[in-house]
Design a protein around this ligand. Structure first.
Ligand SMILES: CCCCCCCC(=O)SCCNC(=O)CCNC(=O)[C@H](O)C(C)(C)COP(=O)(O)OP(=O)(O)OC[C@H]1O[C@@H](n2cnc3c(N)ncnc32)[C@H](O)[C@@H]1OP(=O)(O)O
Length: 194
């Protein structure tokens, strides 16, 4: 046992998340963080192509249309794909906090089956911050933004530096990303955020 605490409940001395002054305004679209990201990249033919929008406070919304490539059982979305949609939506909260953070823990409830062609209305919100940990929650509703919850997740994201990706990513993609001045500029700007 490592003694690491992975609880999804913020500790008593956690603080409320603070929206960064330069965060996208409510209603503004949050761009893809990486073209080849399965969740939000335009360069993934079978990806989810999520386009999150900033909400009030530290929250975001997005829509995901389940396509044939996303099936698990006949005509139904694969649970892992739905968890990915929640994960990606939660990941975009980093744009409002202006930190780079990766999923440490993601606990998902699958409440209702989600048929192919359904639009999943996603909403995610940061609840608390404790050191490098961001406690957050997300829902995916069907039939409209106020429809019944089909999937729900609670998560802990952990803040990292750009070096996390440089040290761990496959060399060819890292080199390509580092050669893209826009990608480097955005990443470094997030990194120096106090
Ligand atoms: C750029 C944005 C991309 C967004 C894409 C959508 C989101 C994603 O899918 S990200 C990809 C999936 N996630 C990953 O690949 C992460 C893999 N894991 C790791 O790299 C590491 O375990 C990592 C970075 C999470 C933590 O490692 P490390 O930096 O050494 O942190 P460490 O010092 O152990 O822990 C820091 C704090 O986080 C906590 N923590 C670490 N891991 C977890 C966890 N799994 N669950 C909960 N808390 C955790 C620790 O308890 C510690 O808390 P405290 O400060 O209170 O003691």
């Amino acid at each position: 046992m490592s003694g690491r605490t992975t609880a999804l409940t913020p500790p008593g001395d956690a603080v409320p998340p603070v929206r960064h002054p330069e965060a996208p305004a409510p209603g503004e679209t949050i761009g893809s963080h990486y073209e080849h990201c399965f969740g939000c990249g335009g360069g993934q033919p079978h990806g989810l192509h999520l386009e999150a929008r900033a909400g009030e406070g530290v929250s975001v919304t997005a829509e995901f249309r389940v396509r044939e490539a996303h099936q698990g059982a006949p005509g139904l979305a694969h649970g892992g794909v739905l968890a990915t949609a929640l994960d990606e939506t939660l990941g975009s909260l980093g744009w409002l906090l202006r930190v780079i953070a990766v999923t440490g823990r993601l606990e998902t409830d699958f409440v209702r089956p989600v048929p192919v062609d359904t639009v999943l209305h996603l909403q995610a919100e940061a609840l608390a911050v404790h050191g490098r940990k961001i406690y957050c929650t997300a829902t995916g509703r069907i039939g409209g933004p106020d429809g019944p919850v089909a999937v729900q997740a609670d998560a802990v994201f952990v803040e990292v530096k750009v070096d996390h990706f440089i040290a761990n990513g496959r060399k060819q993609e890292i080199q390509a990303a580092l050669a893209d001045p826009d990608q480097v500029k955005v990443a470094r700007a997030f990194e120096v955020n106090p």
